[in-house]
Design a protein around this ligand. Sequence first.
Ligand code: ADP
Ligand code: MG
Length: 653
Amino acid sequence: MEKLTIRDVKLDGKRCLMRVDFNVPLDKQTNEVTDDNRIRGAIPTIQYALDHGAKVILMSHLGRPKGERKPEFSLKPVADRLAELLGQEVFFVNNLIGEDVTQAVNGLQNGQVLLLENTRFEKGEKKNDPELSKQLAELGDVHVNDAFGTAHRAHASNVGVADYLVSVSGFLLEKEIEFLGNVVENPEKPYVAILGGAKVSDKIGVIENLITKADKLIIGGAMMFTFWKAKGYETGNSLVEEDKVDLAKELMERAEKHGVELILPVDALVAEKMEKGVQTKTVSAQEGVPEGMMGLDIGEASIKLFKDALKDAKTVIWNGPMGVFEIEDFAKGTESIAKTLSEMKDAKTVIGGGDSAAAIAKFGLKDKVTHVSTGGGASLEMLEGKELPGVSSLADKKKRQVVVAGNWKMNKTPSESMVFARTLLNHITPKTDQVEIVVCPTYVALSDVQNVLCGTTIEVGAQNMYPKVNGAFTGEISPTMLNDLKVKYAIIGHSERRAIFNESNELINQKVRFSLEHQLIPIFCLGEVLEERESGKTFEVLEKQLKEGLKDIGPDEMKKTIVAYEPVWAIGTGKVATNQQAQEAIHFIREELSKMYDPSVANEVRILYGGSIKPENFTGILAQKDIDGGLVGGASLKESFVELVEIAQQMTK
Ligand code: ADP
Ligand code: MG
């Protein structure tokens, strides 16, 4: 789960639309915030955005206003508290969308903060309404999601908005993904899972997921008694889920089959009532819970057994208290396990679940474990191995090296080209291994530009070439001539060559083959025209261009080839392709390559997008899964090219 974070996007001067979790308790009389932990938790991400020159627009829900405006759920008191904590003014509008919101956003200066009204005052929020999502997206240049507590819900402000705006994680969400996702799913072994809490039924999904991954599974809490019952032990009045006894048996069998050691408590602390100060006693499993009594904590022998089981663990996940920790008399089991975890310095110790988090906080050990999840429901779903909507909607980290290629077309004289190449060299900070930077001047400027850029990390490409070494081909340039200039790339089959110069798929195929034979990396272009798109032939056209244009190109050659998709209909027509349309077409191209070669080849090929790329839209384009960069026209002729390179560099650092 490699996702982009707030560190991967440009923030300077940008409107940063941030979904946070300000769902805090308010005093019923005074409306003041009674517990500001969640507000404090959001500050590192907010502060980071401010420090990087963003205009921060915050969104959150609070309570359950059920799609209606209810003053007792207003976020105004939160704005006041946040202002105190940040030490700066926090603007507030009592709407989520609308004219006043747009005005407030437009009035923001870099480094200023605006909090919008409760997202759940809008009915569309919980319905993940596309119209609301779109309106929200219009308020920002980038969406930052830092609300883990709602990540298991697809709502407009956290998930829907990501259909229209690049969504990246804030620091809180990033940490949750790292620990509840990556660490728990790919743990360093030995891996021990401790499960407790009230009900087996709440935790079936978690047990089922962990049973295939953990080396040991420790069971405590009330649910131990359903397991005791399954083993034939007496359980008295303990909280037993009769209808889950068979499931408990099955889980024990399944654990054995997977070679997972399932460890049950060997004793329990019992009492007649769940009350402070009642008389308690410890019983062994064999003795069982006496009639009229209930088990409320694990016993001393179990604590010792669990501690031993944890001894050499490298990863521990804990969900669900061992007993009724809220009452001191029954807190010892939970506290001992918390303490044991806090002393395990060589292990990653991760705690999920609302009550478990409350328990570890109560014992003052919150900072002594690796990670305490802040989400209740969300952390359980994550432990069930599910991909949460609020995580899936975040943009992925780039898997392949990104290419930013400038096609200068028939622009700039040789001397202008040389001057511009110098400008680029002075302004681009080379970070070679991340972004491949290519400029393609006219033939007559190639030599001069190459003189400036040779040996630097900015590579030079030609805009075309002819598939012969030499001979009677008036007006053409051969690959060997380009080789002599140490040119590395050649754009082949650009839409203008196809349309104005009538280049056929056959000729383009010869050019691709010839450039590969002469160590030139082809940037093979394809794309459909307006008529083809409107008559629903897009995929058909792309398939034909791919099959014919790449005929007889071997898999190793294909891996070297760069593909560039251009929606020809969106060039100079005033029509724009959405990021989704670009992704859809490029995804199709990758699927086709998968069929023509195999997925491992298709996964390596870089596929660029070309169609009015500008700094304003490049982040959104590059955030698409299958898009590995841009073939840039107009914006490559100006300093905006530097900005494009920077956007790509930041996203791939
Ligand atoms: P989490 O929120 O961490 O996922 P749960 O909600 O599953 O945890 O369970 C927490 C609750 O389980 C606590 O309120 C605790 O009092 C209760 N509990 C733990 N052990 C017992 C027990 N033996 N009998 C009754 N309730 C128990
Ligand atoms: Mg709970």
